[in-house]
Design a protein around this ligand. Sequence first.
Ligand SMILES: [Cu+2]
Length: 217
Amino acid sequence: ISFKGIMPGETFVYKFKLQQSGTYWYHSHSGFQEMTGMYGALIIEPRENDIISANNEHVIQLSDWTDDDPMALFRKLKVQSDVFNFNQPTVPEFFDDVSSSSISNALQRRKMWNQMRMNPTDLADLSASAMTFLMNGSTPMANWRGLFKVGEKLRLRFINGSSNSFFDVRIPELKLTVVQADGQNVEPVTVDEFRFGPGETYDVIVEPKNDAYTIFA
Ligand SMILES: [Cu+2]
């Protein structure tokens, strides 16, 4: 809206006053370019010493990728919004509802969802049937070396750079201490797992006791 865009091969220098530091990211807002990889991390170091101490840090940016033309996917959703939802409530779920409450409650519930023209399993427009989920641009088949070192205090800057997907993130056998959310330092909270939606960032501190772990999202 505000300018004519950056043509292929051109460069453009953005200038803006920094009022903040922390983990942020950027992405394109035109032509579904974000879904085809036009995004990246923006890490802003604090002017003074960082109060979050770590021996090392890595950015882990999650995204969702489609082998289809995103415009074609969008067209399908415009025609039928639940085309990728293969978990629709049908007759058996209706009888489950009847037996767990009553027939009038079950009918009432169906009526409510019908009025909204939605269903209770409508969690995201696109699911794994249309998407592959990526970490730093790599598929789930990929592997990284040298990320974890025993005894090192490691800061992982998680970014949900997806167009559509919520992620539940955990590293089995490692506690995650959340120290920053959306670029703002927070009172540290130690968890086994966190959930974040498109656009959100969480920085966590981990202290590996082995040199191999799975980052699961
Ligand atoms: Cu955006």
